[in-house]
Write a protein that binds this ligand. Structure first.
Ligand code: DGJ
Length: 723
């Protein structure tokens, strides 16, 4: 619900459980009033004067001592607010100062699609507040979309040049919110390859805390999510905020903290070396940021994000659609395979309950290692006699669908494509390019290159009856330069690259609606809401070890639904860690996401084959819960000797609990009574595997007694309401 109190000039936004309020002060500045637990009524007069800052004196703009503490909805440079600005505008004469004041607002039901960028697909109402600069012809529109059924507030901003003279943006974040002073901690999801989204919580100290990527992808190292915990906040209690960017490229989110007075959170496209030129009449549109609030702890914040992404961001025809159970050949063969080997894997997969065979890297050009052939998206007939058509047909004959791996954004110097079009690669004449995994990146800022790649991939899909595409991206961007952009626009490169990627994704997913696309980036280096707008599923990590995965999946679940996480059962000992873990536990951890296999099925024993069949049947039972249920994180792998997570159906009639015990615990250290969460206290439930019946209240307060588990042993229990 959005209310504007005309008299008090207060904007009052209500979502499911939160209120967000702003006011226009006497000098015409838009100031932040409140963000927190829901207030039912818009008390305009009260909300207008909330906070301890003084307004600058009208008329002579006497910048009072307190003015720089004014909670703002958008920070500007050099006008008396000495915190980091949200937008920096350079005028034709080089002046950088700006002072934006309120000029009006627009209201609409629903929300607009952002052309060419991922964005929220539905919202109940949208408010656009328009500000105009005292110093230049720039106009800023602050955009807020709210929905009654959601705790996520969608924000972005646009800058328009209303004049004839050029202006240049040197920074254009998507949002700014100034929270009150107090004690705060930041929750970040940091990592590296094969260890993505590791939870890290640390108290905020004075100054600026910044999470960012300058890699051209959202990155393994820092996810574009920041949790802000106010005071004491845990899984099921306390106040917290979330910031999530709907963006997959270089980003930054900052938290600028002055303990007694304010905490400014803002973020968007990374401003390092960023610039964007706006000629008269042109507009710059920032990516959206998804802000969330909860006063019931991080668990509820995560469930709000999961609901929001499933309901309003992921393609509606895919959000709740059953995911194909795949067998992927990467860890079974790496580059070393022949048609016969692939046929034997397909033979092995037949009858297990697997839906799709996905042929990974190594099928095209002369690709027998990572040194060659990216860009040559035609089959290596020497390796695969009869081409991929034969493999595709063989799958069909055996009741499987066929999927394929591609890395469309890349080019190898040793490729037909590079020999014909060296100019397609990102590089600058005379500068030795950085190679990462021996490859270069295509210059997707150029429409010609995007069009070319689109036509080649479209042909590949059509000719080979492909029903599943795994879209990989194995390196970061360097030497950001495109000769087509001229000298003035090189600062636009990084964002223009993302616009190229998004346009390719949009065209392919729109043309091939029936094809299931899975994103991947050297594991999970591009796991973000931007990607989820196009692809409903992302390869979570190259680390499939069932211990390490508890941490990776735990971290990922802070802001993404479990249904978006590709989770495969791989070989034991694990290829990344060398750790041996039972098939049962590998299956249990993978079942907390979109399930599949990543091992050589031809090497399974008869007993293991039977177990796999069982595992798949078990997964089919809970597949709907994974798609649409609520996740409850019960015991953290980051600080406990066991991991426990539970998925509960929306109507609270069924639940699925997975527990894994880790190393290092003496038997008596292990918590034997695990307290469940998320069930309806008044309902009676039966835990199938224990044949035990108890109320939701007893299961929550007394807990369930876990059996004695050895290292890396697990349980996966089904809980159902007794009617
Ligand atoms: C990185 C991915 O994360 C892997 O799953 C695999 O597809 C390789 N790339 C192939 O090169």
């Amino acid at each position: 619900m959005i209310v504007f109190d005309e008299k008090q000039k207060v904007f009052f936004l209500n979502g499911k459980n939160y209120t967000y309020a702003m006011a226009v002060n006497e000098c015409g500045f838009l100031q932040h009033s409140y963000y927190g637990a829901k207030i039912e009524r818009c008390d305009g007069e009260y909300l207008r004067f909330i906070g301890s800052f003084k307004e600058p004196r009208v008329g002579n703009l006497n910048m009072d001592e307190d003015f720089h503490r004014m909670p703002s909805e958008c920070g500007f440079y050099a006008h008396g607010d000495f915190r980091e600005p949200t937008v920096i505008i350079e005028n034709e004469d080089g002046a950088l100062t700006s002072r934006f004041r309120y000029v009006g607002y627009e209201y609409k039901k629903g929300c607009d699609k952002i052309e060419g960028m991922p964005c929220v697909r539905k919202a109940d109402e949208t408010l656009t507040i328009i500000l105009k600069d005292d110093f230049s012809n720039a106009e800023i529109s602050l955009i807020y979309s709210v929905s009654d059924d959601s705790d996520v507030l969608v924000r972005s901003l646009n800058v328009r040049n209303l004049g004839n003279e050029k202006i240049r943006l040197k920074k254009a974040f998507s949002f700014c919110v100034d929270l009150d002073g107090g004690e705060y901690s930041a929750l970040r999801l940091s990592g590296r390859w094969a260890q993505e989204r590791m939870e890290e919580v640390a108290p905020l100290a004075h100054g600026i805390t910044k999470i960012q990527s300058l890699r051209g992808i959202s990155s393994h190292h820092t996810n574009p999510f920041l949790g802000i915990l106010k005071g004491d906040c845990g899984e099921s209690f306390g106040e917290c905020f979330g910031v999530q960017l709907c963006y997959s490229g270089s980003f930054a989110v900052t938290a600028e903290y002055e303990k007694v007075s304010s905490l400014r959170i803002q973020g968007g496209i990374n401003d390092t070396a960023f610039s964007w030129t706006l000629n008269g009449g042109e507009k710059f549109v920032t990516p959206q940021a998804f802000l969330a609030y909860s006063n019931e702890g991080l668990g509820s914040l995560s469930r709000s994000y999961a609901d929001f992404l499933r309901e309003k961001v992921i393609r509606p025809d895919l959000a709740y659609k059953k995911r194909p159970i795949v067998i992927n050949n990467w860890e079974a063969t790496y580059f070393d395979f022949t048609s016969e080997k692939l046929f034997s894997i397909i033979d092995g997969a037949k009858g297990l309950g697997i839906d799709t065979f996905v042929l990974d890297d190594g099928w095209f050009g002369k690709r027998n290692s990572d040194e060659t052939s990216l860009g040559d998206w035609f089959v290596n007939e020497e390796k695969l006699k009869g081409g991929i058509k034969e493999i595709s047909r063989y799958c069909q004959k055996n009741g499987l669908k066929f999927g394929i791996w591609i890395e469309p954004e890349m080019i190898s110097e040793d490729s037909e494509l590079y020999r014909t079009h060296p100019d397609y690669a990102i590089q600058k004449e005379g500068v030795e390019p950085c190679r990462i995994r021996n490859q270069l990146v295509l210059d997707l800022t150029r429409k010609e290159v995007v069009d070319y790649i689109y036509s080649v991939i479209a042909k590949l899909i059509i000719e080979n009856e492909i029903s599943y595409v795994k879209w990989d991206m194995n390196r970061c961007l360097t030497e950001l330069y495109s000769k087509d952009l001229g000298s003035e626009k090189q600062g636009e490169f990084s964002h223009r690259y993302m616009l190229g990627v998004y346009s390719l994704m949009e065209r392919l997913t729109e043309t091939f609606k029936e094809v299931f696309f899975e994103a991947c980036s050297a594991g999970g280096a591009r796991y973000d809401a931007g990607i989820l707008y196009y692809f409903s599923q992302i390869w979570t990590s190259d680390d499939t070890d069932a211990y390490e995965r508890t941490k990776i999946q735990w971290g990922t679940s802070y802001c993404y639904p479990v249904s978006s996480m590709s989770c495969h059962v791989s070989a034991s000992p694990n290829h990344q860690t060398g750790r041996a873990i039972s098939l049962k536990t590998r299956g249990a951890i993978a079942s907390l996401g979109a399930f599949g296999y990543e091992l050589d099925v031809t090497k399974l024993t008869k007993e293991e084959r039977e177990s796999v069949k069982e595992q798949i049947k078990e997964y089919e039972r809970i597949a709907d819960l994974v798609l649409s249920g609520d996740l409850y994180r019960l015991s953290s792998p980051f600080n406990k000797d066991h991991f426990a997570q539970m998925i509960v159906s929306k109507d609270k009639s069924t639940a699925y609990l997975v527990v894994e015990r880790f190393l290092g615990a003496k038997e008596f250290d292990f918590v034997r009574n695990l307290k469940l969460d998320g069930l309806a206290e008044e309902k009676i439930y039966k835990i199938e595997e224990l044949n035990v019946t108890a109320s939701g209240s007893a299961l929550k307060n007394v807990g369930v007694v876990l059996p004695k588990l050895l290292d890396f042993e697990s349980v996966a229990w089904h809980i159902a309401e007794v009617k």
